[in-house]
Design a protein around this ligand. Structure first.
Ligand SMILES: [Zn+2]
Ligand SMILES: [Zn+2]
Length: 160
């Protein structure tokens, strides 16, 4: 896996005004098949890498934060390039500003971060076929059951 401390990956928006670097591997990678992610991406799912906000360093540009309605009703703050409007990451009310959900598709090498789990498969588009043995849940899940111990430990540091 790529969840090692030496992991480092850069990414950014389409016009390259916003560039960022993840300084470590993520806590966990969601592939979300909810209708909200389908609408926001115009695609079948969204791949989001959860990571401590201070492990995402802004290299250039200043993303504009757009308050966007979310499934929970509490809203999602989506950080977008102010020029090309591509979304690079978001924060959800649940984990707050300490955790960013980096949109894996904006990484220069998105192949580095395949999903750890598929969520909200109840609205998965029927042509999307998940690999056998892949963790998948109808809605959300209990992180204690799925996250590696190292990620749970990192989260405890974040939320003592
Ligand atoms: Zn841009
Ligand atoms: Zn979703």
């Amino acid at each position: 896996m790529t969840r090692k401390e030496e992991f480092s990956s850069e990414g950014g928006c389409t016009c390259r005004a916003v560039r960022y670097r993840m300084t470590s591997g993520p806590l966990f990678v969601h592939c979300c098949h909810c209708r909200w992610c389908q609408r926001e991406t115009g695609s079948a799912f969204a791949i989001k890498a959860m990571i401590e906000a201070d492990r995402v360093i802004l290299l250039s540009g200043s993303p504009e934060v757009v308050n966007t309605p979310s499934n929970s009703g509490k809203g999602q703050k989506i950080a977008r390039c102010p020029i090309c409007r591509v979304a690079v990451w978001s924060n959800y009310a649940g984990a707050g500003d300490k955790v960013r959900f980096v949109l894996v598709g904006t990484l220069d090498d998105p192949d580095k971060l395949p999903p750890d789990i598929h969520i909200f498969t109840m609205s998965k588009q029927p042509w999307v076929v998940l690999p056998p043995g892949m963790p998948a849940v109808e809605e959300y899940y209990d992180r204690n059951k799925y996250w590696p111990a190292e990620s749970l430990e990192r989260r405890r540091t974040l939320f003592p």
